[in-house]
Design a protein around this ligand. Structure first.
Ligand SMILES: [Zn+2]
Ligand SMILES: [Zn+2]
Length: 322
């Protein structure tokens, strides 16, 4: 279990997708939203602490531990959203004894060693004098209560390990590193404390075709130099399917075209990023003699001298300054 500042720092680092609850249709999430209340210890202490000081804290309600789960999504699932059923194991209050650990019909009694405080005072003699410190009561393990007849279902632990299936509605547009907090879906608390939270960390697979950067998608498309010069209609794959796009005559290699709104939706928004298509003009690496002739004819039409400037072996110092 992470202490709160550590946890906060970790999730801040990745950026939590801010879910307002609308994404959680089927799981009954949102029933426990303790997120903004800060430290539970403080809240419960203000109810139960009543001047008892730190000695009362140990056997007060304790929030259950958080659970982390990594959810792997395909590229398309992350873009369009998906409903996923995940399976988690968590400690829940035993159904037989309702978390008390005592055999049904009996109840836990106040620990005789610590009188229910969960802590014992230890006096130490040192050369500098005697010091009093407190430590966790070993009889009750800090709970403040002991059980004479343990519940047979949980062996007196009060908790049982359960496997639960949870349905998660992943909104469109999530990305690797996003974390979905599901309040109250973590481990059950102790001494009537609230349950912890379930943090679902999103991990999105790479696509073979598309390069996603935030809400934009990038793709390279190769065309021949003839088509680049003359212009051509090409078919461009997008996450919505193929679209036609007309490359204008005279397009240079490296030119980037934008397909507006063909990118990734922003989470909980109708806005979408764009898709960028980078045109790469392929220069032929080998030429047949027919192609070579045609290119030489093309060069002559451009007023370029084939012999003088192209064929390097014939070019001498004088030729350059002709
Ligand atoms: Zn039990
Ligand atoms: Zn005790």
């Amino acid at each position: 279990m992470l202490s709160d500042p550590e946890k906060k720092a970790r999730y801040d680092q990745y950026g939590t997708v801010d879910f307002d609850g609308s994404g959680f249709g089927s799981g009954g999430f949102g029933g426990f939203d303790f997120g903004d209340m800060g430290g539970f210890g403080d809240i419960f202490e203000s109810f139960f602490g009543g001047g008892g000081g730190s000695s009362r804290r140990r056997n007060g309600p304790v929030k259950g531990a958080d659970i982390e789960y990594t959810l792997n999504l395909t590229f398309e699932e992350a873009i369009f959203g998906v409903e996923k059923e995940i399976t988690i194991n968590r400690n829940e209050n035993c159904e037989e004894c309702h978390g008390s650990g005592a055999k049904p019909g009996t109840s836990p009694k106040t620990c005789p060693t610590c009188n229910g405080s969960g802590q014992v005072r230890v006096q130490r003699q040192t050369p500098l004098g005697s010091f009093v410190s407190t430590s966790t009561c070993s009889t009750c393990g800090g709970k403040g209560t002991v059980v004479d007849s343990p519940c047979s279902s949980c062996s007196g632990r009060g908790k049982t390990r359960k496997t639960r299936k949870i349905t998660i509605n992943v909104p469109a547009g999530v990305d690797t590193g996003n974390v979905m907090p599901l309040r109250g879906q973590g481990e059950h608390g102790s001494n009537d404390g609230p349950p912890g939270d379930l943090y679902v960390r999103i991990n999105v697979a790479k696509s073979k075709h598309f390069d996603r950067r935030g809400n934009d998608i990038y793709i390279d498309t190769h065309i021949s130099m003839g088509k680049a010069a003359l212009g051509v209609e090409i078919t461009v794959p997008t996450v919505d399917g193929d679209v036609k796009y007309t490359i204008p005559a005279g397009t240079q290699s490296g030119t980037m075209f934008r397909l507006k709104g063909k990118g990734v939706p922003k989470v909980h928004s109708s806005a979408r990023g764009d898709q960028y298509v980078k045109v790469i003009v392929d220069i032929p690496k080998t030429l047949t003699s027919k192609q070579k002739e045609a290119l030489e004819a093309f060069m002559e039409a451009c007023g370029e001298s084939v012999d003088g400037e192209i064929t390097h072996k014939k070019k001498g110092f004088k030729d350059i300054f002709k």
